[in-house]
Design a protein around this ligand. Structure first.
Ligand SMILES: [Fe+2]
Ligand SMILES: [Fe+2]
Length: 471
C-alpha cells in the first residue's frame, strides 16, 4: 500500500516532505494555482458546498472519498500509482531494459514537451467550461461538471509535480506558464486547437467529455507505457479519474438523445424543437464537430516524431502489453494518402504510424458509445442513426488538412463543401438554438431541464433529489 500524507499543505503519496526544496517550490506554486482557479475556475459557485469525491490515496477502495467541499478548499494532491517492482521498458529500442527513474539527458527536452502538452490541456478544459454552471440542467449535472473541473485541476498538479521534480528550472518555468496561457486567447492560447474552442453550452460539454476527454484517455494510456517511470505511474492514476469524465459525456449525450426521442413522440408533427428539445440532426452536427476536432489531437498520420517517441521508449501504444511485437521495426500500417488528387492506400512503416494506430483505437472506443446511443434511439422507435464521420472529415491537422471530404471520406470540391457545410456542422443558428434552451439554470434538487432525461441513478448511491450543490 502506498504511503499517503493528507495533513500537509499538499496531500501526496510521494513522500514530499523528504525533499524540502521540492516541497517549498510546489508550495510556492500553490497560491498561484488557487489564484488561477479563482479567476478561471467555475464562475459563481466558489463559495458553495459541492458533493465531490477527493482522491486521498491510490488504493482500490480508499481513493474516492465523497463529501461536501467548497471548490477552492478542494485538496488537490499528488498521487502516483504504486510502483511496479523491477519494471522494464515495454517497447522500442530499449525494450526489456530497466525503466528510468530519472530523465535521461538526451530525452529531456522531448519528455518535457510531452508533459507540458498533456499538462496544458488540464487547465484549458476548466477555462472552457467555466460559465456552464450558470446554465446547468440539474444539480446532478452541475456537480458532475465541478467534479470534472476539480479533477482536471488535479491532473495539472500531477504534471506540475513532474516538471518541478525532474526538470529543474525549465520545469518550474513551464509550470508557471501553465497558469498564464488562456483557452481561446489569441495572444496566449492553450497549446492544442480543440482546447481553444468555445464550449458554451451543455451539448458541447457532453460532446467534449465524450470525445475530447477520451483523446485524453488514449494519450494517458500511451504515456502510461513510458520508460520514464514517474510519468507512467502518474498517468496510470489519472486514468482512474478520467473514466468518470467519459461517463459524464456518454450518459450526458444519451440523456439528450433519450429526451429528444420522447419529445418527438409528444409532438403531433414529431418536431423536437417545437417541444423544447435538441433534435437528433443537431446532435449529429455537434458530434461531427467535436469528433473531427478531437481527431486532430492525435497528431499526423505519418509522423517521424511518433516514430522516435516509440523508438526511444517515451510513448507507447495504448495497450502495448497486448501487442506481440514490441519493437515494431518490421511491420506496416495501412493509411489512405492523397496521391495525384486521389486516395491511395499506403503501407506506412509501423513506427511512423503510431499516431494513427492510437487514433484508430480511439475511434473504435468512440463507436461503442455511439452504438449505445443508437440502441436508445431504436428502443424509442425513432428512425434515426447517429454516425461517426470519416476520419478525413473536417480535419485541421494531419495529411487530410486543407482538403475537403464528405462525411463518408470522399474527396469533394470547395464548392460542394460550402454547399453542404451547414448540414454537417453546427451553424450559428444551431448554436443559438441550443443555447436558447439553456438560458435558465435548474437548481431545484431532483428537477431536470426540459431538454434532458433524468439519469438512471444518483452519485454514489444518493437519491436523485439529493442536494449535490448547496447553491
Ligand atoms: Fe485530465
Ligand atoms: Fe478529463
Amino acid at each position: 500500500m502506498s504511503n499517503v500524507v493528507t495533513d500537509e499543505k499538499i496531500p501526496n503519496n510521494v513522500n514530499l516532505s523528504s525533499d524540502r526544496r521540492l516541497q517549498r517550490a510546489l508550495e510556492d506554486w500553490q497560491p498561484n494555482f488557487i489564484n488561477w482557479w479563482m479567476e478561471m475556475g467555475p464562475e459563481g459557485f466558489q463559495q458553495d458546498d459541492v458533493y465531490l469525491r477527493t482522491a486521498i490515496s491510490v488504493d482500490h477502495e480508499g481513493w474516492a472519498n465523497f463529501g461536501y467541499v467548497k471548490m477552492p478548499d478542494y485538496r488537490w494532491g499528488i498521487f502516483l500509482a504504486d510502483p511496479v517492482a523491477d519494471r522494464t521498458i515495454g517497447f522500442g529500442d530499449e525494450f526489456g531494459k530497466p525503466a528510468w527513474q530519472q530523465v535521461p539527458g538526451e530525452h529531456r527536452n522531448t519528455l518535457r514537451r510531452l508533459i507540458v502538452t498533456q499538462g496544458d490541456t488540464e487547465p484549458a478544459s476548466v477555462e472552457q467550461q467555466r460559465l456552464l454552471g450558470l446554465t446547468c440542467p440539474s444539480l446532478y449535472d452541475l456537480r458532475n461538471l465541478f467534479q470534472v473541473n476539480v479533477e482536471e485541476g488535479r491532473h495539472l498538479w500531477a504534471m506540475v509535480y513532474l516538471l518541478h521534480s525532474y526538470f529543474g528550472r525549465d520545469g518550474r518555468e513551464e509550470a508557471d506558464a501553465m497558469l498564464e496561457r488562456r483557452s481561446g486567447d489569441p495572444d496566449k492560447p492553450r497549446i492544442l486547437g480543440t482546447f481553444n474552442e468555445p464550449c458554451q453550452d451543455w451539448l458541447s460539454f457532453f460532446m467534449f467529455t465524450f470525445f475530447t476527454d477520451r483523446d485524453g484517455k488514449y494519450q494517458l494510456l500511451a504515456l502510461s507505457q513510458s520508460a520514464f517511470d514517474p510519468l507512467s505511474r502518474t498517468t496510470r492514476f489519472m486514468l482512474t479519474e478520467e473514466a468518470h469524465h467519459m461517463f459524464v459525456g456518454e450518459t450526458g449525450v444519451l440523456r439528450v438523445v433519450q429526451r429528444s426521442c420522447e419529445l418527438a413522440r409528444l409532438d403531433p408533427n414529431g418536431d423536437v424543437r417545437a417541444q423544447g428539445g435538441v433534435d437528433l440532426d443537431t446532435v449529429q452536427k455537434y458530434l461531427n464537430f467535436w469528433f473531427s476536432s478531437s481527431l486532430d489531437l492525435f497528431g499526423g498520420e505519418i509522423s517521424s516524431n511518433a516514430a522516435s517517441y516509440f523508438a526511444s521508449g517515451l510513448k507507447g501504444r495504448a495497450k502495448e502489453e497486448k501487442q506481440e511485437d514490441h519493437v515494431a521495426l518490421t511491420g506496416t500500417y495501412r493509411v489512405p494518402v492523397m496521391k495525384d488528387g486521389r486516395l491511395v492506400d499506403e503501407d506506412v512503416p509501423l513506427r511512423a504510424a503510431m499516431n494513427e494506430i492510437l487514433r484508430d483505437e480511439y475511434v473504435y472506443d468512440c463507436q461503442r458509445g455511439v452504438d449505445k446511443w443508437n440502441r436508445t434511439i431504436k428502443e424509442a422507435g425513432v428512425d434515426f442513426e447517429l454516425k461517426l464521420p470519416s476520419k478525413r472529415f473536417n480535419r485541421a491537422g494531419g495529411i487530410y488538412a486543407g482538403m475537403r471530404f464528405d462525411l463518408d471520406g470522399a474527396l469533394i470540391s470547395e464548392e460542394a463543401w460550402s454547399a453542404q457545410r451547414d448540414r454537417w456542422l453546427p451553424t450559428d443558428a444551431d448554436r443559438a438554438y441550443v443555447k436558447s434552451l439553456m438560458t435558465r439554470p435548474v437548481y431545484e434538487p431532483g428537477k431536470m431541464a426540459q431538454w434532458i432525461a433524468a439519469p438512471k441513478q444518483g452519485i454514489k448511491g444518493t437519491p436523485l433529489d439529493f442536494e449535490y450543490v448547496r447553491h
